[in-house]
Design a protein around this ligand. Structure first.
Ligand SMILES: [Zn+2]
Length: 474
């Protein structure tokens, strides 16, 4: 039970409300995970179990990451894939990912979530779509392992049950060893929703369904997945319009552009958010806006793989919620959410000029618009009645020294590590250190698992309780 928390004397408080309110010498009061007061210094201080004095801090809503593949922290900066474009990059990495098992997914999730939390991120989605044969069983498996990691480390989590069903022998891109049968995918999706999905405000875990991409699943699975998602009122997520290669594949195999395929399989509505969305023409941007489809814009990954620049500003103007995603750690290769907001700002200024995107709007994409992509209106702003997800950055950091405006500094200066992070009223990071797990042993294990995956050091499986101590709620 988190109890009550007072954050007082805040140097700069960014509410991210509709009026873009920024306050000096402000205060947040939190009870049981909910913000009861966000505003100027009150006449009388409320009594609280914990008080944080934030005289040198800027407080912003906890950042929301809308697209990730946490398992890819095990294949960051892989030498063979360092200079490849998407399809070759995938062909190089699929055989390594075929070595994934429950333990490696669990440890990779802890490492990636730790990195996210330390960058100010309080809510993350994850798109896990690689289920090698024998790696998981119905009734327990890889997504379950990720959820256990999220609960332990204390991040708000939107895991998406990904899938691949069309392997190379059927004309798809992935090797047959990492695809599943469609009945199995649907059965496990339903199991996960029934077991974990929490639709209530303040939910710490919500499931979404996420066939991987047009070149790794069938239109039939897309349709069946949409039907299942509607039956349980959960959201839909997939990669779309990421590269010209994908567009060419769809035209050749289905005789359609990716968005037409999406519409034909009953995905084009406000229950869907899409990763990337680079290759949409003007008419398609309008259709997406009218449908209210969300976009997880992933600028670093798109630049890293040379995929292209998404029309994120046109999509926003058309009416799409546009959030930000760090994307998988093998194509970024970082899970630093504040850095992602800075990349979005710089990319769109490069393309459209310095006036095209304000600092506040870049932060808006990283917070409240990301929350909308995930179907949430209970997070993303610091207002009374919202859940208490707060990131505090120390303005005394060397990278901010001499800065005139705290909010501008946050986005324009080098992205710093968060000083204090509150998730659902619970202090998860304090003094720049994680309070929920001992990170060093996790990282030591993570490095060994990464070496094993790369084919280097043979390594025996180890029980997760030995890695993280005895507090595991697995
Ligand atoms: Zn992705």
């Amino acid at each position: 039970m988190p109890g009550s928390l007072l954050i007082r004397d805040i140097h700069t408080l960014v509410l991210m409300d509709a009026a873009n309110t920024v306050l000096r010498d402000a205060c947040l009061y939190i009870e049981d995970g909910e913000i009861l007061y966000a505003g100027a210094r009150p006449a009388r201080w409320p009594r609280a179990e914990r008080t944080i004095r934030a005289r040198h801090a800027i407080a912003v809503p906890g950042l929301v990451n809308t697209h990730h593949h946490l398992y890819q922290t095990l294949t960051r900066a892989s030498p063979a894939a360092a200079n490849a474009e998407l399809f070759d990059w995938l062909r190089i990495l699929y055989p390594l990912w075929a070595r994934l098992d429950e333990e490696s997914v669990y440890v990779a999730a802890l490492a990636g979530m730790a990195e996210l939390l330390l960058s100010g991120c309080t809510t993350t989605a994850d798109h896990h779509y690689v289920f090698p044969r024998g790696s998981s069983r119905l009734g327990g498996g890889l997504i379950d392992a990720e959820i256990a990691a999220a609960r332990l480390i204390g991040i708000r989590f939107h895991p998406t049950r990904g899938s691949m069903s069309v392997g190379r022998s059927k004309g798809g891109l992935p090797p047959d060893s990492v695809v599943e049968t469609e009945p199995r995918i649907l059965a496990d999706s339903e199991r996960l929703i029934r077991r974990y999905h929490d639709p209530l405000p303040g939910a710490m875990v919500r499931i979404a369904l996420a066939p991987c991409s047009p070149f790794s699943v069938s239109p039939g699975l897309m349709r069946d997945t949409a039907e299942l998602a509607r039956r349980y009122d959960v959201r839909l997520h997939t990669h779309l319009a990421e590269t010209c290669d994908e567009e060419a594949y769809c035209l050749e195999r289905f005789g359609k552009r990716p968005l037409d395929l999406l519409e034909e399989t009953a995905w084009l509505d406000r229950g869907t958010w899409l990763a990337h969305g680079i290759y949409f023409n003007r008419a398609e941007v309008g259709r997406l806006g009218r449908a209210g489809v969300g976009i997880a814009h992933c600028p670093t990954s798109n630049m890293r793989l040379g995929s292209g620049a998404a029309p994120a500003l046109a999509l926003r103007r058309a009416g799409c919620p546009v959030g930000l995603g760090v994307d998988g750690s093998a194509s970024n290769d970082s899970s630093h959410m504040l850095a992602e907001a800075r990349q979005a700002l710089l990319l769109h200024r490069l393309v459209h000029g310095a006036a095209a995107l304000t600092v506040a709007d870049a932060l808006r994409m990283a917070t409240v618009e990301g929350a909308r992509c995930l179907g949430r209106d209970d997070i993303g702003t610091l207002e009374a009645g919202k859940r208490a997800d707060v990131a505090l950055f120390d303005l005394r950091d060397v990278g901010y020294s001499g800065a005139g405006d705290a909010l501008s500094a946050l986005l324009l200066c080098a992205p710093a590590r968060v000083d204090t992070l509150v998730v659902e009223g619970r202090i998860v990071v304090e003094g720049g250190e994680l309070k929920t797990i001992a990170l060093d042993p996790v990282l030591a294990r993570h490095r060994r698992l990464a070496a094993r995956m790369a084919g280097g050091v043979p390594d025996a499986p180890q029980s997760s309780s030995r890695i993280i101590g005895t507090d595991g709620r697995r």
